[in-house]
Design a protein around this ligand. Structure first.
Ligand SMILES: Nc1nc2c(c(=O)[nH]1)N[C@H]1C(S)=C(S)[C@@H](COP(=O)(O)OP(=O)(O)OC[C@H]3O[C@@H](n4cnc5c(=O)[nH]c(N)nc54)[C@H](O)[C@@H]3O)O[C@H]1N2
Ligand SMILES: Nc1nc2c(c(=O)[nH]1)N[C@H]1C(S)=C(S)[C@@H](COP(=O)(O)OP(=O)(O)OC[C@H]3O[C@@H](n4cnc5c(=O)[nH]c(N)nc54)[C@H](O)[C@@H]3O)O[C@H]1N2
Ligand code: SF4
Ligand SMILES: [Mo]
Length: 737
């Protein structure tokens, strides 16, 4: 059975309608969980490849008839899809056949940001890029060129920048997304959580979600694992100021006051320690710092946390016992997008520590130690030694525990005189910085300062409007990228291969990067004929059969033990070689060795805290122009507590303007008056309110949350930008509040 158009609409409709508590989790998919897709349903050809509609990289089977991709289904043999895709992946043809795609290389005609371009040949466009890069290298040194990237196709450009000699390579998925989580877990266990997350949710007995809104956050395998766990009787504890879709399936929904999760986590640990409910043997063997932690937790009582979180002490005690009762198969999910309040590394660390008390790290139903296939590199010239340090920290500042470059920091460094040296040029691959970095007006100021802005994209998103040169990449269905070998329970090797030839005058990223390299004297770094030859060489040198891989799209290796129960000897690569409940690393860097809670700022009178998240059928603003996906959800709404809406005289469905604390106004947005959200915050889906002229479908639909994020709170430990610190008031059309 394939996913038919009708079923697809049903999935999206159910998800977008979000009826509270109805149906099984499997209904989110609109699919019978026991039916595996028959890949041979239709199509002249079926080409296995992997998805890029989000960053999870599920294996897909693309069905081709008369040269057109007619249908995209899940590859049954691929561990991340297991025969199913999320609704977004199924709608990938909506990107391939989007009439608004970038079709030809473009050169800017008027001033930056005016969105006025002239179509040129690839030679002219690439010569302009090469000339700009050589000038920057000569005038300021290679470090003055930065690469922003997101997505799997970026590897060719990262390689190009390293060869060129720049350390300024960053993705908003670190400092605007999961960076604090990785650092918080590394400080505790010596290793981060990674992507795909190394959770073993399918075998969990209790799953605790701190804001993580799985089911709206549609990472395919995680949602499947959650469905499996629930089918096996697992219970959910959902902590969220909003009654999310997954809260509708939970045993406990804790509508926490936004920004106070750390207080709840400390109080949970207080109860677990005080009542001796933690995993004593596990901690004796593997952890240090329990005594310091116990002492620290003494006054973090449920009554103390009540005042902060508004969650009653009895509930805190009851849920603490509930979590501990299922250990070690009790998973406190680390979340993914965690740049919320600026205390995010410490909150993530508290999540890590709670998991340590439950003994879940390295245990079935908790976190596994995944395996990974390692392939030898394609032999190419080695990068130069001792590249300069990145320019991502404001002058005089250090984020001692950051383990990647900060996208926001590179933007700051592009405003002259703010960092140790100035960044003078940007190459932007697959990242719509005007919707992903906080304070977009600052991003625009930075853009105006640059000598060179190159955007490689598939769509004319906002960022493309600011480019000097726009290079149209073909979509993931038209190209071959780097081989995918993630760390996972079942280690595997997957290949992305072209399903149909590139449409229009678009080119694959590997070709674009190589052409630039050839023009600036870096040809030696790109010795491969094309990306298929490159992929084949790597696969072959790893001892795998390329023909089988190309035919199946994936090769799965033997799993081997991944948990302590299976006899695995765990490894904690912290400085002490143990789980660090008390962190000398943090103390040495001048931070709290055990997390302390500071209450967040209160909304000013008449204001609500602005929260945001995901819609099940969209990936940020990347898919809001996708006409297939938008058939089911084509504009966002602002969730307002029903009682507050009544007090403000707001009608359900009426269009309002949000005005933030700095007077910035949103586009008109429809009110969703609902009891499913607290009265001190409002919520909207990120990725709407596009202003780019070329996005003819998405333009003018809904409102843009990023525009309202004029403030952020920087995490002092790793530089992440906490963005849930903005407040809005609601203005009715023509009625200033
Ligand atoms: N206000 C606010 N800001 C946020 C968030 C939020 O919720 N609210 N979320 C944060 C999070 S979690 C993250 S991970 C970041 C993500 O932010 P970004 O890294 O900027 O990622 P996307 O928004 O996915 O970038 C989308 C761009 O990639 C292009 N694109 C899509 N496919 C391809 C392709 O195959 N090739 C090329 N070259 N381009 C392609 C799209 O057309 C689009 O222009 O944003 C963060 N910023
Ligand atoms: N469909 C779909 N799925 C996606 C994506 C997508 O664009 N579309 N993007 C992917 C990416 S890159 C990421 S990073 C993830 C992000 O997804 P997640 O990591 O799951 O979540 P966030 O976007 O941070 O969080 C949104 C949720 O947190 C709640 N929340 C807000 N403030 C607080 C608070 O103070 N405390 C608590 N406890 N909860 C709070 C909100 O009400 C909302 O339910 O999703 C991934 N999956
Ligand atoms: S989770 Fe959905 S959009 Fe993301 S890679 Fe998988 S199928 Fe594609
Ligand atoms: Mo993210």
């Amino acid at each position: 059975m394939g996913v038919t158009r009708r079923q697809f609409l049903k999935i999206g409709g159910a998800a977008a309608g979000a009826s509270v508590g109805s149906g099984l989790v499997t209904d989110w998919w609109g699919l019978d969980p026991d039916v595996v897709h028959d890949p041979a349903t239709d199509g002249d050809r079926i080409v296995p490849t992997f998805c890029e509609i989000c960053f999870w990289k599920c294996g897909v089977l693309a069905h081709v008839k008369d040269g057109r991709v007619t249908k995209i289904t899940g590859n049954p043999e691929h561990p991340l899809s297991r025969g199913r895709l999320c609704p977004r992946g199924t709608g990938g043809t909506g990107l391939l056949y989007d009439p608004d795609r970038l079709k030809k290389p473009l050169l800017r005609r008027e001033k930056r940001g005016a969105q006025s371009f002239e179509a040129v040949s690839w030679d002219d466009a690439l010569d302009t890029v090469a000339e700009g890069m050589l000038k920057i290298q000569e005038r300021y040194g290679p470090e003055a060129l930065a690469l922003y990237n997101h997505g799997y196709g970026a590897s060719w450009f990262k390689h190009l920048l390293r060869a060129y000699g720049s350390p300024n390579i960053a993705a908003p998925s670190y400092a605007q997304c999961r960076g604090p989580r990785e650092v918080g877990f590394q400080l505790t266990f010596g290793a981060g959580v990674g992507s795909p997350e190394k959770t073993d949710m399918a075998n969990s007995r209790v799953i605790t979600l701190i804001g993580s809104h799985l089911g709206e956050n549609m990472h395919n395998t995680q949602v499947q694992d959650l469905a499996t766990a629930l089918d096996r009787g697992a219970e959910l504890v959902v902590v969220d100021p909003r009654y999310s879709t997954v809260a509708g399936k939970a045993r406990y929904w804790l509508p926490i006051k936004p920004g106070t999760d750390l207080a709840l986590l400390l109080a949970w640990m207080h109860v677990i320690v005080k009542e001796g409910l933690y995993d004593r043997d596990y901690l004796d063997r593997y952890a240090i710092g329990l005594d310091e932690l116990k002492k620290h937790l003494e006054d973090k009582t449920p009554e103390w946390a009540w005042v902060q979180t508004t969650i009653r002490p009895e509930t805190i005690v009851e849920t603490a016992r509930f979590l501990a009762g299922a250990r070690p198969a009790s998973l406190v999910h680390p979340g993914r997008h965690v740049t919320w309040y600026g205390d995010d590394t410490q909150r993530s660390r508290a999540i890590a520590m709670l998991n340590a008390l439950l003994g879940s790290w390295g245990r079935r139903g908790g976190f596994v130690f995944p395996n990974q296939i390692s392939l030898p590199k394609y032999p190419y010239t080695a990068y130069g030694k001792n590249p300069p340090l990145p320019a991502d920290t404001p002058r005089g500042t250090v984020y001692p525990l950051a383990d990647a470059t900060l996208a926001s920091g590179m933007c700051d460094a592009s405003i002259p005189g703010t960092a140790d040296y100035d960044i003078k040029g940007w190459i932007v691959y697959g990242s719509n910085l005007l919707q992903s970095l906080p304070d977009p007006e600052k991003t625009k100021r930075a853009l105006q300062e640059l000598d060179l802005v190159v955007v490689v994209d598939v769509l004319p998103a906002e960022i493309a409007g600011w480019a000097d040169v726009v290079l149209p990449e073909c979509t993931y269905l038209e190209r071959c990228d780097e081989v995918h070998t993630p760390a996972y329970q079942e280690p595997f090797l997957a290949v992305r291969q072209p399903v149909v030839p590139p449409m229009y005058d678009t080119k694959p990223g590997w070709w674009i990067a190589r052409e630039i390299a050839h023009r600036i004297g870096l040809a030696d770094y790109f010795p491969w004929e094309d990306s298929i030859e490159y992929a084949k060489q790597r696969v072959k040198s790893g001892g795998f059969d390329c023909d089988v891989l190309m035919e199946k799209g994936v090769v799965v290796a033997d799993a081997g033990p991944v948990t302590i129960e299976e006899g695995l000897e765990p490894d904690f690569p912290t400085p002490s070689g143990k789980i660090e409940l008390h962190s000398e690393q943090l103390a040495d860097a001048g931070f709290d060795p055990v997390p302390n809670f500071t209450a967040p700022e209160e909304p000013p009178p008449g204001h609500f805290r602005l929260l945001f998240g995901r819609a099940p059928v969209h990936t940020f603003g990347r898919t809001t122009n996708n006409r297939f996906l938008s058939e089911v959800y084509d504009e966002n709404e602002i969730w307002v507590n029903a009682r507050m809406a009544e007090e403000l005289g707001l009608e359900n469905g009426e269009r309002v303007t949000l005005v933030n604390q700095d007077g910035v106004r949103s586009e008109p947005i429809r009110v969703k008056a609902t009891q499913r959200i607290r009265s001190d915050c409002v919520y909207m889906v990120h990725g709407y309110g596009h202003s780019a002229k070329g996005l003819r479908f998405a333009r003018g639909r809904g409102a843009d949350d990023s525009k309202l994020v004029t403030r952020y709170r920087t995490d002092p430990i790793m530089g992440g930008t906490g963005m849930n610190v903005n407040f809005v008031r609601i203005e009715r059309a023509g009625v200033p509040a």
